[in-house]
Design a protein around this ligand. Structure first.
Ligand SMILES: Nc1ncnc2c1ncn2[C@@H]1O[C@H](COP(=O)(O)OP(=O)(O)O)[C@@H](O)[C@H]1O
Ligand SMILES: [Mg+2]
Length: 341
């Protein structure tokens, strides 16, 4: 597996999913009319161009970056962050694979990928040693975005893996043998620290922790950080927490800014300047099998994820992120606070 800028084109023409035609009406009215036969993807592309950086593009990593999205708490925005960041990175021109490692299959649903019990899935890869390429599907409407879906079978994998050879490194081996060029692999973890999450931590170099801006935000993180240290010490020396993303940020509450401050004090530079606002559009998108990037490309949620993706891409090549150049629609905490003053 490698990253190769010369093979940057889409592998497959996106196949519009059954829900896509009806979705045209939901695309923001500020978005210009569709210009090709994948109207949603095109609208999202136009939103990226509207950020004024189409020509500039984003630097692509020299090596594939495997990013593990983890937090053992449920409901903090792991899946939402995985799918929307992945779509953003793809719209910025990258080739991106989402690996759904949660038996709930929420990431697969949000990407419009069929994941009923008979679909070849990440379970087959982990437990039956099926090549990853045989389960990966292109995501409708977003060029360069792919998904390895999870089916309900995966619920049994925590136990089935226990007796298998190299039980902690099966996902890593599968990714290493995947021959298509990729810029990013994003792994959506279940809300636990079992063998599925350990497989993700062994497979990745980076951990991205979404933190919901609420009272108990930091509670329980110690256990995740200790697991990261253990995996780094024994199985994967390259592993590190590279990114913290504040999610569901509500600038109107003092609690949110206090939590954000506490997280910044604790984690420093790992915390992205861009936070993700609480947004109805973000929470509506999955029920249409869409990311917010295609569901409402002009919304604050979409722009925030695009900006967060930009920050991640720039950090990856050591370029300093200039907050002053953040798109006005993307919300840094400061702009959100200023907005309500
Ligand atoms: N920024 C946001 N604004 C509003 N709702 C959000 C936001 N991020 C996530 N949600 C909603 O919160 C719930 C939990 O998010 P999810 O990504 O599924 O968390 P996790 O994967 O950590 O369990 C979902 O219903 C999702 O739609
Ligand atoms: Mg989830």
């Amino acid at each position: 597996m490698r990253s190769d800028a010369n093979i940057a084109g889409p592998m497959t023409d996106p196949v519009p999913g059954p829900r896509t035609e009806s979705m045209g009406d939901d695309v923001s009215r500020e978005t210009p009319p569709p210009m090709d036969d994948t109207p949603i993807g095109r609208a999202a592309q136009l939103a990226v161009e509207a950020l004024g950086r189409a020509g500039e593009g984003l630097p692509r990593p020299e090596q594939t970056r495997v990013i593990v999205v983890a937090n053992q708490k449920g409901g903090v925005g792991k899946t939402t962050t995985t799918v929307n960041l992945a779509a953003s990175l793809a719209l910025h021109g990258g080739r991106v694979l989402v690996i759904d490692l949660d038996p709930q299959g929420n990431a697969s649903t949000a990407l419009g990928i069929d994941h009923h019990a008979e679909v070849p899935s990440i379970y087959d890869v982990l437990v039956e040693s099926k090549p990853l390429a045989e389960v990966v599907q292109p995501v409708p409407d977003v060029e360069g975005l792919f998904c390895a879906p999870a089916t309900i079978d995966l619920a049994g994998a925590e136990i089935e893996l226990v007796s298998l050879v190299a039980r902690e490194s099966r996902l890593e081996r599968a990714i290493q043998s995947y021959e298509q060029p990729l810029d990013y692999v994003l792994i959506d973890c279940p809300p636990s620290l079992g063998l599925l999450t350990v497989n993700a931590l062994v497979a990745g170099q980076e951990v991205l922790i979404p933190i919901q801006c609420e009272y108990y935000a930091l509670e329980g993180l110690g256990q995740l950080l200790r697991n990261v240290d253990l995996v780094r010490g024994h199985l994967n020396p390259a592993l590190h927490v590279s990114t913290i993303l504040l999610t569901m940020y509500d600038g109107r509450t003092r609690l949110a800014s206090q939590v954000a401050e506490e997280v910044r004090t604790h984690f420093g530079d790992e915390v992205l300047r861009t936070s993700i606002p609480r947004s109805v559009r973000i929470s509506e998108a999955p029920s249409y099998g869409q990311t917010v990037l295609t569901y409402d490309p002009g919304s604050s949620g979409a722009l925030s994820y695009l900006e967060a993706a930009r920050e991640i891409a720039l950090k990856g090549v050591g370029v300093h992120y200039d907050e002053q150049q953040a798109h006005l629609g993307a919300q840094t905490e400061q702009s959100m606070v200023e907005g309500i003053q």
